[in-house]
Ligand binder design. Sequence first.
Ligand SMILES: Nc1ncnc2c1ncn2[C@@H]1O[C@H](COP(=O)(O)OP(=O)(O)O)[C@@H](O)[C@H]1O
Ligand SMILES: [Mg+2]
Length: 225
Amino acid sequence: MEDAEARELSKKILAMQEEERHRISRDLHDEIGQFSVSLGSALNIIEKEIGKRNFDTTLRLIKNAKKILTDTTNKIRTLFIDLRPAELDMLGLPSVLRELFSHYTKSYPLNIKFRENIGSIRIKDDAAITLYRVIQEAFNNIIKHAKAKNVKIGLLLKKGEINFTIEDDGIGFDADAFFKEANVGKFGLRGMRERVDLLNGKFLLQSKSKNGTKISVIFPVTEEI
Ligand SMILES: Nc1ncnc2c1ncn2[C@@H]1O[C@H](COP(=O)(O)OP(=O)(O)O)[C@@H](O)[C@H]1O
Ligand SMILES: [Mg+2]
């Protein structure tokens, strides 16, 4: 690799890491800020209602406050999972993904189907981490933008290649237009594509308005001895 090319690459990686930190700090700030405000005002109202001895109303308000707490705990757990690429090397990608999907199903109203034929075959660490990151960002987008009910994930070994797909049935968007525009500050999809490029994988995004979104990644590397 040429010097200039290597510099360009490390700049991109740094920008990606920086963007990830920004997103996590923004999410933490939003979630915790929102949580404190909601819970603070719920407690104020509860205090007043107890003063007036309106116990039925108070009970309802306490139930609401508990719901706010559960939702926030789920969101904060998602952020923790985001920060730590789990026990990839110990458990292998399929097991780690099952754990991640079970967390998503518990936290969000999504029906997730996961099909894989990797079993205990080890995928190279860098490819496994890249796939894990692509999946996390794809789910961030599904939760944030897609309004989807169903998500299908495939992780299939075929002819010495790993074929990965993640597909939602949400509102979709104009993917071609997105990549043509500069879209300053939006690094999610670009970051995914860049990570896959770095490992010489193929990255494909298909989305049409109202027709959901599908991301495919193909890696030539399959096994590690
Ligand atoms: N699964 C999806 N369903 C619908 N729209 C999506 C999906 N994924 C991405 N998008 C659209 O593509 C845009 C770019 O996504 P991304 O690069 O991750 O940036 P960000 O999530 O920060 O907006 C989003 O703002 C959204 O409009
Ligand atoms: Mg995003």
